[in-house]
Design a protein around this ligand. Structure first.
Ligand code: SF4
Length: 84
């Protein structure tokens, strides 16, 4: 978890990364959080951690919950295909 000390969000209000709702102010907040992630030097490490941990809420590694669910689904499909 060393990567966390290099996080662009280290000194920011964590609430920014946990928007409530998927439209209106929640959607705007989610995009603001993602904009911070895009400047983050550890975005990949953060995303990998969130996927491994199964984080089901918030913005991690520049992704929201739905995007991580889709990434996990794709990874599972790829694993199943590779096992054939
Ligand atoms: S990718 Fe986003 S949530 Fe993850 S450490 Fe960086 S700024 Fe924080």
């Amino acid at each position: 978890m060393n990567w966390r000390q290099h996080a662009a969000c280290a000194r920011m209000d964590p609430d920014l990364f946990f928007p409530v709702g998927s439209s209106g102010p929640g959607a705007l907040q989610r995009e603001r959080a993602k904009a911070v992630c895009r400047t983050c030097p550890v975005i990949q490490e953060c995303l990998d951690w969130a996927l491994r941990a199964g984080e089901t809420s918030g913005v991690w590694g520049g992704t929201c919950e739905n995007e991580r669910r889709e990434l996990a689904r794709r990874a599972e499909r790829t694993r199943r295909y590779a096992d054939r």
